[in-house]
Design a protein around this ligand. Structure first.
Ligand SMILES: [Mg+2]
Length: 263
């Protein structure tokens, strides 16, 4: 990975993006700083304002692990596309599968509560996001023990989920549900965008990063974890500067147009 805020990388970014690029972002840890209580995340004002501007200049998507409803509460702006549940919710063309994904999520939720009795007192919490489950064990006294308890239970779930790890969390996704990579490619087709720009910090964002090809520009947020992204930022605090670069580049390329406003 190459640090994005050096001259050669920034000029690669400027050369890559144009008004036909789809700009997609993860939410937690990318647009908003991670906080101890996931219910308390806040998209900083500078990020929110830059996103509002970008939305007028190009096609923008948020692809998050949260449910769409939950994400919308925290976003403060309405992107052209809002995809939830790590790619499984709200993706054009997949509407007819969502009911099944939702049913599977409910089945896992009930099975887990039976298999791990007293999970609350063990510091384990199962979050049902509709089409995916997140099992948090950040609050456990003994996190390694909680983690093995959780992984053992997951191994017994029917139907078997796709399991993606995170920081003190394990995510369960329906095996046949679209992941973030599938979601991004589908959105590009849907929106008629030949190129895609994507920033994220999670394990599930690797589903985008591992897609190779010149039509994508990928940025991982944070250092210290291995990633298949082409570029990285040192932390979430660098996101406002990134968004400014993007908006300035689009404005230079096409000073006339703020999309759909004719000014
Ligand atoms: Mg994230």
């Amino acid at each position: 990975m190459t640090y994005l805020f050096i001259d050669t990388a920034l000029s690669a970014l400027r050369d890559f993006i144009d008004p036909a690029t789809l700009f997609a972002f993860d939410l937690d840890g990318t647009l908003a700083p991670i906080v101890a209580d996931p219910g308390g995340i806040r998209v900083p004002a500078a990020v929110r304002e830059a996103l509002a501007e970008l939305r007028e200049r190009a096609v923008m998507a948020i692809i998050t692990g949260r449910s769409r409803r939950d994400a919308q509460r925290h976003l403060g702006i309405i992107p052209q596309y809002l995809i939830g549940n790590h790619g499984a919710e709200g993706l054009p063309g997949w509407e007819q599968h969502e009911e099944k994904f939702r049913r599977v999520g409910g089945q896992w939720y009930r099975q887990l509560h039976k298999m791990i009795p007293g999970m609350d007192s063990a510091g384990i919490a199962v979050e049902n996001k509709g089409m995916s489950l997140s099992i948090h064990y950040r609050a456990a006294q003994n996190r390694p023990a909680a983690r093995s308890l959780v992984l053992n239970a997951i191994g017994l779930l029917v139907p078997a989920p796709r399991v993606v790890g995170g920081k003190y969390v394990v995510n369960l996704l329906p095996g046949e549900a679209p992941d973030k990579g599938t979601a991004l490619m589908q959105l590009m087709r849907q929106a008629g965008c030949a190129k895609g720009f994507f920033v994220g910090d999670d394990q599930t964002d690797e589903d985008v990063f591992q897609l190779d090809g010149g039509q994508l520009f990928t940025v991982h947020v944070g250092t210290g974890t291995r990633s298949r992204a082409r570029y990285f930022l040192r932390g979430q605090r660098e996101i406002p500067a990134l968004l400014r670069h993007i908006n300035d580049t689009l404005a230079e390329a096409n000073p006339e147009s703020i999309r759909g406003q004719g000014r």
